[in-house]
Design a protein around this ligand. Structure first.
Ligand code: FAD
Length: 414
């Protein structure tokens, strides 16, 4: 076995005695990325995940060049690529007529312009790649069936409390436990999310159930008044990921697992193009997720405890960047530990400083995009043409996306 990937015993960091042992609550995208980045730098890490297996409800993710740069630096992009789809571009279509506008090229353009491809991946595939890489570094780093309920910090140590009464101690604790973070609640109390008036439908549809003409390596954004739909292929093109956003004020539960029916979803898209209904009709299951907005936090670190990903900057999905921010956070966090490894408080403060403005801009930019996607001007063909010419001109698109994709995570905290 390669010495660089030999599993280590807990507490035996190659940086030696005094190098921080980091506890992470939550083995989602952000928690696993942080663990991998820290382990690769020689820190000892243990992750505590509430689920009894690392399996998610089916859903897809856009992985833009900025996130893929981090995955490449961590040595896992090549593991993911064969499972994902390398998207050739993005298009927008009008809700009823299906009129199509090309938005921008990706594929070779993404590599040429931003250094890395723009992929679409099935979430369980990304989680699997990250978890395998973590386990190659430390075989027993991930503790499943371990629900985190709180923590205490004193005398230079932090103690994580687990459901059932268990406790584990370390030098630092990172809450990577998602939008309903228990660690955030313990640090700052309950948050006050505001319902946006929008709910999202999510499904993955077997591509074989759809007409061949729909099996293209592009991401399509259907725009309408009061609703929109995004769909793109995942898992080598075997499945179509479907996300439908609808202005509806009767569904307020934020959950990955609550199911709705095809009839209910079809009703939300009454009058929409047949291609949209083909996906709804052929979805094996449809999940409902209420979109709740939260104001960006000014700080999320207290002493030896900090947060990352959705735990500290949950965002609406309208820039497709929530998971990318969690990946970037994990990478930068590890860099800050490397720079200040003898001083946990400074490392965590630097990490928070490095990530505050960028993640704030994603949260506010995503909220602005919600209005853009659902504009009343999109109800009629003429209104739509004028709106698309204005809002999706090359300059406006660059303004909205270029700063996201050009971010070089490997140059932060250097
Ligand atoms: C409709 C929709 C579409 C999206 N599309 C995209 C996209 O295209 N691209 C993109 O980048 N992002 C997208 N996102 C956002 C993305 O899904 C999230 O931002 C991302 O999952 C955040 O990662 P995380 O690791 O912070 O949290 P999560 O992925 O939620 O992981 C948190 C982990 O913590 C665990 N956990 C929770 N509580 C506890 C506890 N008490 N104890 C122990 N473990 C716990 C959970 O089981 C989970 O494994 C989308 C989101 C939505 C809702």
């Amino acid at each position: 076995m390669d010495a660089a990937v030999r599993p280590r015993e807990a507490g035996t960091s190659p940086l030696g005695k005094g190098s921080p042992h980091v506890l992470i609550a939550g083995a989602g995208i952000g928690g696993l990325t942080a663990a991998l980045a820290l382990l690769k730098l020689g820190f000892d890490v243990d992750l505590y995940e509430q689920a009894h297996e690392l399996k998610e409800v089916g859903a897809g993710l856009n992985l833009s060049a900025n996130g893929n740069r981090a995955l490449h630096a961590l040595g896992v992009l090549d593991d993911l690529k064969p499972l994902a789809c390398d998207l050739a571009g993005k298009e927008i279509r009008l809700w009823n007529t299906g009129q199509t506008w090309k938005l921008f090229d990706l594929g070779a353009m993404s590599v040429e312009r931003y250094g890395f491809p723009y992929l679409a991946a099935y979430r369980p595939d990304l989680l699997g790649v990250l978890a395998n890489a973590v386990r190659r570094e430390k075989a027993d780093a991930i503790h499943l069936n371990s629900s985190c309920v709180g923590f205490t910090q004193e005398d230079g140590r932090v103690t994580l409390k687990l459901k059932g009464g268990g406790e584990v101690s370390g030098d630092a604790l990172i809450g990577a436990d998602g939008v309903h973070s228990k660690i955030r609640q313990a640090l700052f109390g309950d948050d006050k999310p505001e319902f946006t008036g929008i709910m999202a439908w999510r499904a993955t549809v077997p591509m074989l159930r759809l007409p061949k003409r729909m099996a293209r390596m592009v991401s399509i954004n259907w725009l309408g008044s009061g609703a929109h739909v995004v769909h793109y292929p995942v898992r080598r093109g075997e499945m179509m990921n479907f996300i439908g956003s609808v202005e509806r004020d009767d569904w307020k539960t934020e959950s990955w697992t609550t199911r709705g029916t095809a009839e209910e979803c079809a009703n939300d898209y009454k009058g929409w193009h047949e291609d949209v209904h083909l996906m709804i009709r052929n979805a094996p299951s449809l999940f409902k997720w209420a979109l709740l907005g939260r104001s960006p936090m000014d700080r999320w670190t207290v002493g030896r405890v900090s947060l990352l990903g959705d735990a500290c900057h949950p965002t609406l999905p309208y820039l497709g960047q929530g998971a990318m921010m969690a990946i970037e956070d994990g990478f930068v966090l590890a860099r800050c530990f490397e720079q200040h490894s003898g001083d946990v408080g400074t490392a965590l403060a630097r990490y928070e400083d490095a990530r505050r403005d960028r993640t704030r801009r994603v949260v506010t930019g995503s909220a602005e995009n919600a209005k853009r996607f659902h504009n009343p001007a999109l109800a009629s063909q003429d209104g739509a043409q004028a709106y698309v010419d204005r809002e999706w001109s090359e300059d406006r698109i660059k303004q909205r996306y270029e700063w996201l994709f050009t971010y070089d995570v490997t140059a932060v905290a250097r």
